[in-house]
Design a protein around this ligand. Structure first.
Ligand code: ADP
Length: 341
């Protein structure tokens, strides 16, 4: 029995939540290690008020500790705790403090995300319904009709792209990579095809070049890799004025493989760089929308790379161009098309 008791005690001490047993007059009778760390409780038989000096908490206790209380503590700045009280027997009560900071941060992120999506969908939808109303109300000639239908088509394209990007992001967050320990794919081949697509997108307005000196095989999912490179290349073309250059470089640096998409475009001011991979973050909202951006491209790139332990580094100079560089860990590189090479 003593051994069993010791095991229970050890488990309770290892709990991340703070547990405190109070007697009838709110004096501390027992506490676990988390409570000791959180509230700096030293010794029993002292009132809980000595360690939680918060008028709201005092009122809550005096009122019988009904609904759970949200509490901040000066000893843990920036953290939020949910405090609950349970009657453990006739004379004792159990106080539990659970850190809900991360949960609250995720809730806020989710709320922002939904608000952003609603806004992003409503904008093109408002334009579409405006044009449809005009077309119904006015007797338009063929030319104007075509113009209105073109505009409606453009806005529907924006909505389609947005929904496609949202689905890709959701998939990247929830699914494991398809065929995770992938058979290596030919990255030389893939980059050649994608650079060809970028040339088509540019329509001859940019000079786009490819340098391949890195290993030929990369252990990654071909669709993930396409998504990543296509997003970076599309951005490079869209944010580089006519006459500019885009360079794709695949090389070995030490043990790593580095894929670099560089452009001589509009560049990005330093203060924006850390936030570029956030969903819907754009430097210039109007410019992004006009060029067909969804604001999700770099968030998708970041999520896709996380699955492979690869990292994205962004360097840029406003007015001079940007460089998006991906570091692939050595274990992802292969010199032959052999699985597990
Ligand atoms: P978007 O669909 O708006 O391009 P992204 O997530 O792909 O969304 O990029 C986020 C923002 O980063 C863009 O709105 C743009 O301001 C900036 N950006 C991305 N790539 C480049 C680039 N190559 N040159 C300049 N700015 C860029």
């Amino acid at each position: 029995m003593a051994a069993e008791l010791e095991r229970v005690r050890a488990a309770v001490h290892r709990m991340p939540d703070s547990l405190i047993v109070l007697d009838r007059s709110n004096q501390i009778e027992w506490y676990n290690r988390a409570a000791e760390g959180l509230l700096a409780i030293v010794g029993i038989r002292r009132p809980i008020y000595h360690f939680v000096r918060d008028p709201e908490f005092n009122t809550w206790l005096e009122d019988g500790a009904g609904a759970p209380l949200e509490l901040t503590l000066p000893q843990r700045p920036g953290h939020l705790f949910l405090v609950r009280m349970f009657r453990s027997d006739e004379t004792h009560r159990l106080l539990i403090a659970h850190d809900i900071t991360e949960q609250r941060r995720l809730d806020a992120m989710r709320r922002d995300f939904v608000a952003n999506i609603s806004h992003e969908i409503r904008t093109p939808l408002t334009v579409i319904s405006g044009f449809v109303e005009t077309m119904l109300d006015l007797d338009l000639d063929d030319d104007s009709r075509r113009q209105y239908l073109d505009a409606i088509g453009k806005q529907s394209d924006t909505m389609r792209r947005l929904i496609e990007d949202l689905l890709i992001l959701a998939k990247l967050e929830h699914d494991l990579p398809r065929d995770f320990e992938n058979t290596p794919i030919d990255i030389h081949d893939l980059l050649t095809i994608l650079v060809g697509d970028a040339q088509a997108l540019s329509g001859g307005r940019h000079q786009i070049s490819l340098r391949l000196s890195g290993p030929q095989w990369l252990k990654a999912d071909a669709l993930d890799l396409q998504t990543v490179v296509r997003n970076l290349l599309t951005n490079a073309v869209r944010y580089t004025p006519e006459g500019g250059q885009v360079t794709v470089d695949w090389e070995r640096q030490g043990t790593e493989g580095v894929l670099c998409v560089r452009d001589t475009g509009i560049g990005i001011a330093a203060e924006h760089i850390p936030r570029l991979t956030e969903r819907f973050y754009r430097v210039d909202r109007g410019r992004s929308r006009d060029s067909g951006g969804t604001g999700l491209g770099l968030a998708i790139v970041k999520h896709a790379l996380q699955r492979y332990g690869a990292t994205l580094e962004i360097t840029s100079k406003l007015g001079h161009g940007s460089c998006f560089s991906i570091q692939w860990p050595a274990e992802r590189l292969a010199t032959e098309r052999k699985q597990g090479d």
